[in-house]
Design a protein around this ligand. Structure first.
Ligand SMILES: Cc1ncc(COP(=O)(O)O)c(C=O)c1O
Length: 393
């Protein structure tokens, strides 16, 4: 029997990403494919770099999308900035700090771990102590927005500490870019990587990155070859570089880049501060609804990400059964816990295009109905009203 075309259902994506893709982006991606060295495409690439600088709030010349998902952006920062024998201070307060450690070790370097509880921000006091105890460390790496728990770390303070100790910084901004205040230049961050599928509401598969002049100097003056051919910035710059000459490096994902360009045009139209404020506003309404139901947040309020709401699963409730009912009956995806949080928390994303009033109210209504029907110990029929009270304010 012949296999038919794949037609996915229309879901509401309120998990840890991908988030709902703005239809304008899907339309942009369906435009005609042109060559990756076509002068009009090259012009679009230059615009894309400018738009990314706005998103990262930077004037870094080397700001571009890596042609692969966030994990490749992460790897691109580590393989270019870390050499065998280097010492790197890695902060871990969730899943993704653990992946940074893996990257450091695969570069032949030593990872000095600064560990904090899952669900808490990175503790700057511990980082300060680690920097002092390891004056030969060359890089400090941390996750700004830890998607596995919903905790946000104080990137400005951590970058300032690294500078005081003459360390470069690698900052994971996969979940923060476009969703929560992020200021590469003001913070003095050296290398940042993100993902297209979170608060930018684009399809997955691209990783915006930005590198400071200091970082670029390090890349250009390495003792050893970058271990990855594909991610070696010295080569990638032949295609994405600023000198006007564009040479073939790899075939760019042309239509995906149209999508990212459109996503960033949308961000520019809204204004970055307005986008950050919108994420906070809808988080406030969702939080009111969850708290009225009796669900508790994992992360203390001052360290909480507005775009990733992690709540504890009430006693005796079947995690997977709830998520399945939400998907089947409401076409609504929320996220499960990762790592040590698996089975203990739900992660409800309000990212980018998905961060809106309709989604907040529908999600609360659906969770209220499903949990009440399953006999969960929640306060019934109050969540939507509590969120509406925030919107009415
Ligand atoms: C904080 C963080 N870092 C890195 C990644 C990896 O990104 P990707 O899944 O696009 O490779 C993710 C993905 O969820 C993330 O949330």
């Amino acid at each position: 029997m012949a296999t038919n075309s794949f037609h996915p259902p229309v879901r509401t994506l309120m998990g840890p990403g991908p988030s709902d893709v703005n239809p304008r982006i899907l339309e942009a991606m369906s435009r005609p494919t042109i060559g990756h060295l076509d002068p009009l495409f090259v012009q679009m690439m230059d615009e894309l770099k400018g738009l990314l600088r706005y998103a990262f709030q930077t004037s870094n010349e080397l700001t571009m999308p890596v042609s692969a998902p966030g994990s490749a952006g992460m790897e691109s920062c580590f393989v270019n900035l870390v050499e065998p024998g280097d010492k790197v201070i890695v902060c871990q307060n969730g899943v993704f700090g653990g992946r940074m450690k893996e990257n450091v070790e695969r570069c032949g370097a030593q990872a000095i771990m600064v560990v904090d509880d899952w669900g808490r921000a990175v503790d700057p006091g511990k980082v300060k102590a680690a920097l002092k105890a390891n004056p030969d460390a060359s890089v400090l790496a941390f996750v700004h927005a830890e998607t596995s728990t919903g905790a946000q770390s104080d990137a400005a303070t951590l970058c300032a500490l690294a500078r005081e100790h003459d360390c470069l910084t690698i900052v994971d901004c996969v979940t923060s870019l476009g969703g929560t205040p992020l200021k590469a230049d003001e913070w003095g961050a050296d290398a940042m990587y993100s993902g297209s599928q979170k608060c930018l509401s684009c399809t997955p598969g691209l990783s915006p990155v930005t590198f400071s002049e200091r970082a670029l100097d390090k890349v250009k003056n390495r003792q050893s070859k970058v271990q990855s051919w594909f991610l070696d910035l010295n080569l990638v710059l032949g295609y994405w570089g600023g000198d006007g000459k564009r040479a073939y490096h790899h075939t760019a994902p042309i239509n995906a880049l149209y999508g990212l360009h459109e996503a960033l045009v949308i961000l520019q139209e809204e204004g970055i501060e307005a986008a950050w404020a919108r994420h906070q506003h809808h988080h406030n309404a969702l939080r009111a609804g969850f708290e009225a139901m009796g669900l508790t947040f994992v992360v203390p309020e001052a360290e909480r990400l507005p775009q990733l709401n992690a709540v504890s699963i009430p006693e005796g409730v079947d995690d997977a059964a709830v998520r399945t009912r939400l998907l089947q009956d409401y076409n609504l995806e929320i996220g499960a816990g990762l790592g040590v949080m698996a089975g203990k928390i739900w992660r409800v994303g309000l990212m980018g295009y998905a961060s809106n009033q309709t989604n907040v109210l529908n999600c609360l209504g659906a969770m209220d109905a499903v949990l009440a029907d399953m006999g969960a110990p929640i306060e019934k029929s109050v969540a939507v009203a509590a969120a509406n009270a925030v919107y009415a304010d």
